[in-house]
Ligand binder design. Structure first.
Ligand code: ADP
Ligand code: MG
Length: 248
């Protein structure tokens, strides 16, 4: 049985059918890539998984439990973490604070950002945040403001913010978008290391180098639906996939 099972998910925006009968099975511990041309519905689909959008119909089950009708923070607490297409970090705060905050928020659903102080936190929480920053290669920058980081470093920080919550399922929306080749390769290495810990990953990616380096399985979306599925090697020569890209 898959850790994530999606059946017949539909979502329209007015007259536009953004998702049309989407089906997906993600094996526990695997890296599952979703590729497809711009506007295929990939981000909309991810938003439906984390509760930011509510599908018009269909079912989404994670570890055997339905995720539909559940609030985003509850989905997060169930073990689903997401990296956005544009990094969502606290630019005015230090890197260390950026990683401590999601630790507190995942522990306490009623966590209040206002009035929060790092000095109030126990050494174990701080130590864990530092360990995460070390893990993603940012420990030397722990006291810098997050807003001053390069794009690649912001991505790494965002990953640390997700990982500190101990997710079972990590959803990544174009994690290497806008990165240099060197940063992309660093990110691939980092995601491989995360994979070694058994975290299941769903990764939206248009860089085929990344897909081929990481994915166990690939689903191809076009015009709101999954048009092909297989191993990276298997889908490479699929004429439907080539047509979707050329026609998209
Ligand atoms: P992808 O991530 O594959 O590029 P998206 O999921 O962002 O595609 O978009 C799929 C389609 O849905 C596009 O045509 C897009 O314009 C439309 N869309 C996405 N979000 C909204 C929204 N909030 N309101 C209206 N249309 C949207
Ligand atoms: Mg997108």
């Amino acid at each position: 049985m898959g850790i994530l099972e999606v059946r017949d998910v539909n979502k329209s925006f007015g007259g536009l059918k953004a998702l049309n009968k989407v089906e997906l099975d993600v094996e526990e511990g695997s890296v599952h890539a979703i590729i497809g041309p711009n506007g295929a519905g990939k981000s909309t689909f991810l938003n439906c998984l984390v509760g930011l959008l509510i599908p018009d119909s269909g079912s989404v089950s994670f570890n055997g439990n339905s995720l539909l009708g559940i609030k985003p923070h509850e989905i997060n607490q169930a073990g689903v973490s997401r990296v956005f297409q544009t990094p969502e970090i606290f630019g005015d705060l230090t890197l260390l604070d950026n990683v401590v905050i999601p630790t507190l928020a995942s522990r306490d659903g009623a966590f209040k950002f206002n009035g929060w102080k790092r000095a109030d936190q126990d050494s174990e929480t701080i130590g864990r945040a530092e360990h995460m920053l070390e893990d993603v290669g940012l420990i030397d920058k722990r006291n810098m403001h997050a807003g001053s980081l390069s794009r690649g470093d912001k991505r790494r920080l965002e990953l640390a913010m997700c990982l500190v919550q101990n997710p079972k399922l990590l959803l990544l929306d174009e994690p290497t978008a806008g990165m240099s080749r060197a940063d992309t390769n660093n990110t691939i290495d980092l995601l491989k290391r995360i994979g070694e810990r058994g975290i299941t990953k769903v990764i939206i990616e248009h860089d085929m180098h990344v897909v081929f380096s990481l994915a166990d399985k690939v689903s191809v979306m076009a015009q709101g639906t999954v048009i092909a599925e297989g191993t990276p090697e298997g889908i490479k020569g699929d004429p439907r996939v080539q047509e979707a890209y050329l026609g998209g």
